[in-house]
Design a protein around this ligand. Sequence first.
Ligand SMILES: NC(=O)N[C@@H](O)C(=O)O
Ligand code: NI
Length: 172
Amino acid sequence: MPRTLTRRALPIEPLSADSFKPFGDVIEACGNAMTINQGRCHKFNDLTHIQTDAEGEVAIHIYHTQAIQKPYCIDLLERHPMGSQAFMPLEKQPFLIVVAPDNNQEPDFNNIRCFATDGSQGINYYPGTWHHPLLSMGSGISYLVIDRKGPGQNCDEVLIPEHLSLTVGAQL
Ligand SMILES: NC(=O)N[C@@H](O)C(=O)O
Ligand code: NI
């Protein structure tokens, strides 16, 4: 009789700058703003840093994504060792962010975390942060994406061992 796999549901935490600090920056219009343009604009200044290695350049894209079907199976994680990767929603729709600390050059499978945002926040992964590719909810989301382009292998993918694989979003 084949053993049925029971995937653990990842608990979902609200995204905050403090909670996400080990993995990257949260991009959001909060806190003190500078008033510019003769008072017509509030500038939320210098929210994160786009990082790339010496061979790379910064690239800007727009992604149109489809929503995931919940509960979504989390079977792999990836990282970009040569540069940061930022996602800023172009509309206020919820999405999930799944990350993990590093454990000897692979994800720490026992400490995978899931954060949720209503779409008023974006994120910028530090170079090398283990993360799952975009997990859009709502009716699908377009994002402004800022990351690194250039030579070399800048995407390491690792499959999560089956017995540690997870789901997200069932409780939402
Ligand atoms: N492949 C790509 O540009 N996106 C992924 O890296 C991701 O993190 O969603
Ligand atoms: Ni990525």
